[in-house]
Ligand binder design. Structure first.
Ligand code: ZN
Length: 886
């Protein structure tokens, strides 16, 4: 293959042509679909002639006309990826193009494709070019109409963006619908659905009195499972009005659930498409985690209507402009709907377990990347989650009302436009007259900053000094970095554990008053901007214990001189609940790393009794939120620990984590049993914080207990499994039992399958649970499951559960005999023929191969090289594999 071309941010040029209106007509059929498009084109600079380049991929061109006249052969040029009109008219003209496509053969799930017999589309980022020839880039915004024609019995429901203007019957058992979207939009927000669907209908009245029809579409038997999705949608609509003053802008909002979908969901204007697993839920089939994910993602896609659709991205490098901001918005929404602290803990854990490793590996890229080969590869935890942290920092620096002013100005300036991350920054800055000096570096520098803080107390002067130093590690293409602008939220605890009142701080010889309404504050945000910097608090009567980076105020790795007893003190007293959890995590990370060293030295592992006491006191503290307790007694993930090691050792980390888990279970058996019994809840399933907290704590206790593999505890887990009335508890019990190989495990797994084989979303959980197992030699079992009748390589959810699940299991994927690597290498090539986006996600599991020992390096590298040498490799997989080897 030709070496794929890298696209660079610095090469951005405005489009030469503007598209005013686009009228589409789809003639959907079983063997082919005909797409006719009529575009009102305008040269950006009138009177200047230049070529018009249209993107197009896998399209059969049937005809092309300018102002009603067929173009002659020599007037256009067609190649693999584009259609070029050498010298179109220099003033407004109409372009008419007819193409033929084959959605029934489209396994990439990009463009127009079929899922369970229904037609649907996915256009972000560059899928519209698989439907028709177009300037397929987000800064070309046009008003669309869409006429759909299809067989009336096979496809009774015909949907597109905007409003339904007209519909009716046609000859030969066909019918049609005409949709018109009054808002201009980029092509990536276009959507069409045709099929046998039924809807749950509801209405929402906006605060200005607009009555909006809400419809959630699924195959008819799934309609009962859309109640939670509808609740989530209405809650999101209300929340956005209350918190951001943003209202919905059309009379209709549609959501369609699709079983075959590469990503989570898509924010197409007024016609969101969702992966079924993020819509369908019932207490019997979905867990609390599923319910929470649905709430968050329904919110996310709805919030895109303003942050993404009304104001969109100029180019794909700006993706975080819409995604970082919208993730931040959905995080805030979920926080307000449940527990803020618990949500924050979950989000920070995700950042640490997935984004930190990415930021430290060969695929490290800034929140706004500088280059890409396939944009699909840049829908990453860095663009999304780190991007959300960047948005959160504006709020931390400007305060809630300052942040809101910035948002208001952003919409005032840019509604209807395609803009950049600088535009967002400028709105925040200008609305607040803020000095945000080098804040923009967060968008351009990759790598997780490493921040070190040390402290000293002067008992005579009553001053307390915090000294910060920062370092941003080198990343591919960025060997040297500038210091970043890091907001560090600080509180100081006195010896009784209370927050000290803070009034003044000196920085750079300048005094800053930090009171609020003339009152001392308990938390202040320090602006750390230099490589080394010092802050001196005055009027500090005794040596404090500092609570640094409260609420995780910046996405950095923090190292401090806090002792274990300081950390235990913070764990017991910090008024900032996030940092309270964090103190426990810092202790746990230290402990795990030191036990890993012991394990590697073949020493006997011994668990520090102080740690056990710390966990006991959290577990038995009846004043704490129960979901918080569940989080606080959960050890840091294996990925997080491996990420902190010079050479990642999956066997050692896994052995240590299992050891601590079992030790805690053994030493706190009585407490865990009592907690389990106290937190049983016999009432019906309700999705609310209170009940979820009970279930979380009960299930965490059960997982600890079952790890002991004692007959009476296995019996207990079996009892929980059999008596469970909801999937959260049933699956937690199954997971607890499945920790230990043996007959009980095998029996319960097969019982679970036979109960749920009719429900493919539940079956995916069953696949994932087995795939992630740490049972030695599990690759053989996963290999077998590939041939299970319920498995299908063409369905992304199944691939993510079985293959993705397996790659997430450190011990088996990284098995020293290379069996895990070989398994993945072969599967990636098979997948790549069907669906490059999914293959590329899977191949990413190899990207950090250099982090492991030499034996593993050699084995993983061999697989990457094998992949690279394959014929007809997609650009998606090529990009990840080649960058991983570079
Ligand atoms: Zn999004």
């Amino acid at each position: 293959m030709d070496t794929p071309k890298e696209i660079l941010l610095k090469d951005y040029k405005k489009p030469d042509y503007l598209f005013d209106t686009v009228d589409l007509r789809f003639q959907l059929d079983e063997d082919k679909t005909i797409v006719s498009s009529k575009i009102a084109v305008l040269p950006r600079i009138e009177g200047v002639s230049c070529p018009l380049v249209l993107h197009g991929h896998d399209l059969k061109l049937l005809s092309i006309k300018v102002d009603g006249k067929d173009l002659k052969k020599e007037e256009f040029q067609l190649d693999m990826r584009q259609l070029t009109l050498a010298s179109p008219p220099t003033s407004a003209f109409t372009l008419e193009i007819v193409t033929e496509i084959y959605p029934q053969n489209n396994t990439s799930l990009e463009g127009l494709y079929k899922s369970s017999g229904n037609f649907c589309t996915q256009c972000e980022a560059e899928g519209f070019r698989k439907i028709t020839f177009y300037q397929d880039r987000p800064d070309v915004m046009a008003k669309y109409s869409c006429r759909i024609e299809a067989d009336k019995t096979l496809y009774p429901v015909l949907l597109s963006n905007g409003n339904l203007i007209e519909h009716g019957g046609l000859e030969d058992g066909k019918h049609y619908a005409l949709w018109v979207d009054p808002f201009k939009k980029p092509s990536y927000l276009f959507a069409l659905v045709a099929g046998q669907l039924e809807s749950r209908d509801d209405t929402f009245v906006t605060r200005s009195g607009r009555k909006v029809s809400l419809r959630i579409w699924t195959p008819s038997h799934d309609v009962p499972k859309t109640a939670h999705a509808m609740y989530s949608l209405k809650s999101a609509m209300k929340w956005d009005e209350e918190v951001f003053g943003l209202e919905y802008d059309l009379d209709l909002f549609n959501i369609v659930a699709v079983p075959d979908f590469n990503m989570g969901a898509m924010e197409n204007k007024s016609l969101n498409l969702f992966n079924s697993k993020l819509v369908l839920a019932s207490p019997e089939t979905a867990t609390d985690a599923d319910y929470a994910a649905i709430l968050g993602v329904i919110g996310h896609e709805y919030f895109h209507n303003w942050t993404g659709n009304r104001v969109t991205c100029r180019d794909w490098f700006q993706l975080s402009l819409k995604e970082g901001l919208t993730v931040f918005r959905d995080q805030e929404f979920s926080s307000d709907m449940g527990s803020r602290t618990v949500k924050r803990i979950a989000d920070v854990s995700r950042l640490r377990n997935y984004q930190f490793p990415q930021d430290a590996g060969p695929m490290a890229h800034p929140v706004r990347p500088h280059s890409y080969i396939k944009m699909d590869n840049f829908y990453t935890v860095t663009v999304y989650e780190k991007g959300a942290e960047v948005v959160r920092m504006y709020k931390t620096l400007l305060g809630s009302s300052g942040f809101r002013k910035g948002m208001d100005l952003y919409f005032k300036r840019h509604d209807g436009q395609a803009v950049t991350c600088e535009d967002f920054f400028a709105a925040m800055r200008d609305a607040n007259d803020a000095d945000l000096s080098n804040f923009l570096l967060w968008y351009s520098q990759a790598g997780t900053p490493y921040v070190k803080v040390t402290s000293s107390y002067d008992p005579d002067a009553h001053t307390y000094t915090l000294r910060f130093s920062q370092e941003v590690p080198p990343t591919p293409g960025q060997p040297v970095k500038e210091p970043m602008f890091i907001p560090v939220a600080i509180g100081l605890l006195d010896s009784s554990g209370k927050d000290m009142p803070l009034t003044t701080v000196y920085n750079d010889g300048m005094m800053q008053t930090i009171t609020s309404n003339n009152q001392p504050v308990s938390t202040t945000v320090l602006q750390v901007k230099k490589k080394e910097e010092e802050f001196v608090f005055s009027d500090i009567p005794e040596r404090p214990i500092p609570s640094v980076l409260r609420g995780y105020s910046a996405p950095v790795r923090l190292d401090s001189d806090l002792t274990d007893s300081d950390l235990l003190f913070l764990l017991a007293h910090d008024s900032d609940e996030f940092n309270r959890w964090e103190a426990g995590q810092v202790l746990a990370r230290k402990l795990m790393l030191s036990l890993v060293a012991d394990f590697q030295q073949k020493e006997t592992l011994v668990l520090n009794p102080k740690f056990v006491d710390g966990i006991r006191s959290i577990l038995c503290n009846s004043t704490l939120d129960k979901e918080f307790i569940a989080k606080a007694i959960t050890l840091p993930g294996e990925g997080e620990i491996m990420d902190m090691m010079a050479v990642a050792d999956p066997d050692a980390v896994h052995a240590v984590r299992s050891f601590i888990k079992k030790q805690l279970a053994l030493q706190l058996k009585k407490e865990f049993l009592a907690t389990l019994i106290d937190n049983r809840n016999s009432g019906p399933y309700v999705f609310n914080h209170h009940d979820m907290a009970l279930r979380a704590l009960k299930n965490t206790s059960l997982a600890y207990l079952a790890s002991l593999d004692e007959p009476e505890l296995t019996e207990l887990a079996l009892h929980e499994y059999k008596s469970a009335t909801n999937m959260t508890e049933q699956f937690a019990a199954l997971t607890a039992i499945a920790q230990n190989p043996g007959q009980v495990r095998d029996d319960v797994l097969s019982d679970f399958y036979s109960r749920w084989q009719h429900d493919f979303l539940v079956v995916n959980k069953w696949f994932a649970l087995q795939a992630m197992s740490d049972i030695p030699g599990n690759v053989v079992n996963v290999q077998k499951l590939l041939n299970h009748p319920a498995f299908d390589l063409r369905n992304p959810n199944k691939v993510y559960s079985l293959i993705g699940g397996f790659c997430g299991s450190p011990v088996n994927f990284h098995a020293k005999d290379g069996s895990g690597y070989k398994f993945l290498g072969e599967i990636v090539l098979q997948l790549d023929k069907l669906n490059p986006q999914v293959a590329s996600r899977m191949v990413s599991a190899f990207s950090r191969w250099r982090r492991y020992d030499e034996t593993r390096q050699t084995l993983a590298k061999a697989q990457l090289e094998m992949i690279m040498s394959a014929n007809g490799l997609s650009e998606n997989v090529y990009e990840i594999a080649s960058k991983s080897l570079a």
